[in-house]
Design a protein around this ligand. Structure first.
Ligand SMILES: [Zn+2]
Length: 198
């Protein structure tokens, strides 16, 4: 696509970096956008605003715009119970069940040595210092039922064996291969209630 102006090629490269979007879809999206002049402006403004305002909650590493996130900042939430999730969208999924009153800890990924995601790439040290410093009593591992989710669950549960916390994982109602994000509320809700002690 050498005939295209540089700025279009750069846009395609940026869209191509997003998960689930290959070069063909990236190209289609960019051309579509370029035909909608007003939308480009609002997208650019929204991205700019996101870039300026977004940061990680210093407690749980969820995305927020200022200081602690709204969940960590809520005095009604039980700070002694932490639900460990891999991604931001998993927080949304568990919140939708309305069954969890504790707080979260986002790992920002799952262990995958083949892809170079080793424990130091995840927020695991941050998790252990949180447990030590805040008198945390219970940890619930709510990770995807995948090879990576399983490896991460095992790694963290072994690591936490030396801490005096109860560690549980979601019940097996969630099918193998399923993402937390796409699990329906009823299944996820029952998996939280029937969580298994590790
Ligand atoms: Zn937070």
């Amino acid at each position: 696509m050498k005939h295209l102006p540089d700025f279009i090629q750069r846009l395609i490269v940026e869209f191509d970096k997003l998960p689930g979007i290959g070069p063909k879809t990236a190209t289609r999206l960019v051309f579509n956008l370029l035909h909608r002049h007003d939308d480009i402006k609002s997208l650019a403004n929204a991205l700019n605003e996101a870039h300026q305002n977004i940061h990680f909650c210093p407690e749980c590493y969820n995305l927020t715009d200022d200081g602690l996130c709204s969940i960590c900042n809520n005095p009604q939430r039980d700070k002694k119970t932490i639900c460990i999730v891999a991604h931001n969208q998993d927080v949304e999924a568990v919140e939708k069940t309305g069954d969890f009153e504790g707080v979260y800890h986002l790992l920002n990924g799952l262990l995958s040595p083949l892809e170079g995601i080793t424990p130091d790439k995840l927020k695991i040290t941050e998790l252990t210092s949180r447990i030590k410093n805040n008198g945390v009593k219970e940890i619930i591992l709510a990770l995807d039922q995948s090879m990576e989710g399983e490896a991460t669950t095992i790694y963290i549960s072994k690591l936490l064996a030396e801490y005096s916390v109860t560690v549980s994982r979601l019940a097996r109602g969630i099918p193998m291969g399923a993402n937390i994000e796409y699990t329906d509320e009823v299944t996820l809700s029952s998996a939280i209630k029937n969580r298994k002690k590790l």
